[in-house]
Design a protein around this ligand. Structure first.
Ligand code: SAH
Length: 473
């Protein structure tokens, strides 16, 4: 199965930078279901096309797919190797990860540009036909052509198949284009190759961020994406409907401590965050983007904190956090001190209201810059704790990391890393918009020339007045 992406933006060969795949090379990747090949059938400054050819391993699929089908040969006779489906969606996410996250190592500003793109999918299985295709893509600004394919060219009287040859064009960011395909390809073809469970909720909230909540067919998209599982559909729809302007990533991310120094730095950050929370006088705290619960564990040791809540978009991280806190074995009374739940910081969430303090330790840099305003509203506008503590890498220090290429980020899921000045400017904006004062501080061992590796801001709510619909006292 094949998908091509073409552009005429000049020089069109820059598509190689955006996709982080060199136009002169053929590259092959192992992906679920088989191998993905990326190559450029044409690469000139006027017109460049990148092709993603997914070579599904039918024997491998047969081994995995045999199950109690009504049609016993279905595992052997099916359209999986040929028709674009959820396998392609998984391959896009695996092969073009940086492009989907809006990252470009060599030209960091390029992913923000809207380019003219044409995507061609020669064989797409669409249950719902051209009408459905238009309902899904046109509200997102795509123009499309769809040509139905006959069931068998030799027997036109048999009529059309459910396969379409599809072209989509739009002027948009590549990140958005890939994200739309990632979500909508499995919606088009209901036959998903993966089990639909809570992780798909995470993925959908993350990838649907910023567009799905506004899509007129969002209820249909969510339902089909989640294979009609009604409880999961409800969870996503509630999140989408809770705020019309929304959200960001969600990729399962834990700061990757490449070496001892980074581990020590993270420890220090957590201890500093814990100390500042104590000094704030808080007795109830939220750890937002709690990850595997390292900060929760520190907070648990302090009696001052009577109520400790961790939230993360990643279910797997929350499970690890629950283990770390030993929640299953704690006596009931002690257990009541804690709560862990899944949620996304860029959706307004009433469960976050009524706490004294919140910490976001190494979280904001995982959120697309375009979704930061949604995070600000959810944390500073709606949840509105008296104290908010935020830490983030300090980009001025990055030259000190020898293994880090120029302009690269410390972690592949980071959407940005701010200099001290950029962080201060963001804090000032937040303070002004939401009525908080703040102080910033350096965290980590300070280098004489490049300063500290990390930075923290402690925000304090200026008054007790209600803003933006906040229900708190
Ligand atoms: N605070 C933890 C983890 C930091 S890694 C620590 O310091 O150890 C960043 C975490 O943010 C990840 O666990 C990731 O799943 C979470 N995250 C990213 N985007 C999020 C969002 N929109 N809402 C909630 N959590 C998010």
């Amino acid at each position: 199965m094949l998908l091509t992406i073409s552009t005429t933006r000049h020089p069109a060969t820059d598509l190689g930078y955006l996709l982080q795949k060199h136009p002169d090379k053929v590259q092959t990747f192992d992906v679920p279901g088989g191998k993905a090949h990326v190559f450029y059938p044409e690469a000139t400054e006027d017109h460049t096309t990148a092709a993603l050819l997914l070579d599904i391993d039918p024997v491998g699929l047969v081994r995995r797919e045999i199950r109690g089908n009504d049609f016993a040969l279905e595992a052997y006779v099916n359209d999986r190797p040929y028709a674009t489906s959820s396998w392609m969606s998984t391959a896009i996410a695996g092969v073009f990860t940086s492009a989907m996250n809006g990252n470009c190592r060599d030209k960091p500003d390029m992913p923000k540009e809207a380019w003219p793109f044409v995507v061609h999918i020669p064989v797409m299985s669409v249950r719902g036909g051209e009408v459905l295709l238009r309902k899904l893509f046109e509200p997102l600004g795509y123009e499309l052509t769809a040509e139905a394919m006959p069931l068998d060219e030799k027997f036109p009287e048999w009529g059309q198949s459910r396969y379409l040859s599809v072209s989509l064009s739009a002027t948009c960011r590549l990140q958005d284009l890939l994200t739309h395909l990632y979500v909508l390809l499995p919606v088009m073809d209901k036959d998903k190759h993966y089990y639909v469970g809570k992780p798909e909720v995470e993925k959908l909230l993350a990838k649907g961020s910023g567009w799905l909540e506004k899509h007129p067919e969002n209820a249909f998209i969510v339902k089909r994406y989640l294979n009609n599982r009604s409880s999961l559909t409800k969870t996503v729809m509630n999140a989408l409907l809770s705020e019309e302007t929304v959200e960001e990533p969600g990729e399962e991310v834990v700061v990757a401590p490449e070496n001892e120094e980074k581990i020590r730095l993270h420890e220090l950050r957590l201890q500093t965050a814990c100390a500042r929370l104590q000094q704030s006088g808080a007795t109830s705290v939220l750890d937002l983007g709690c990850g595997e619960g390292k900060l929760l564990k520190l907070l648990a040791q302090e009696k001052q904190f009577k109520r400790i809540v961790g939230m993360d978009v990643s279910i797997r991280s929350l499970e690890i956090a629950a283990d770390k806190l030993n929640l299953k074995r704690l006596p009931e009374r002690e257990k009541d001190r804690f709560e862990l739940f899944q949620g996304s910081l860029t959706y307004r969430d009433s469960r976050l209201e009524g706490y004294d303090a919140a910490a976001l330790v190494e979280v904001i840099e995982h959120v697309d810059p375009g979704r930061l305003p949604a995070l600000e509203r959810s944390v500073f506008g709606f949840a509105r704790p008296r104290t908010v503590i935020i830490t983030t890498p300090r980009a001025d220090y990055n030259v000190k990391y020898e293994s880090l290429a120029d302009g690269a980020f410390r972690h592949s899921d980071h959407r940005f890393e701010w200099t001290e000045a950029e962080f201060a400017a963001w804090c000032a904006g937040v303070g002004e918009r939401f009525g908080y004062s703040f102080e910033t501080e350096a965290v980590g061992e300070t280098d004489a020339a490049f300063g500290a590796p990390s930075q923290m801001a402690v925000f304090t709510r200026k008054d007790e007045t209600k803003q933006n619909g906040n229900k708190n006292p």
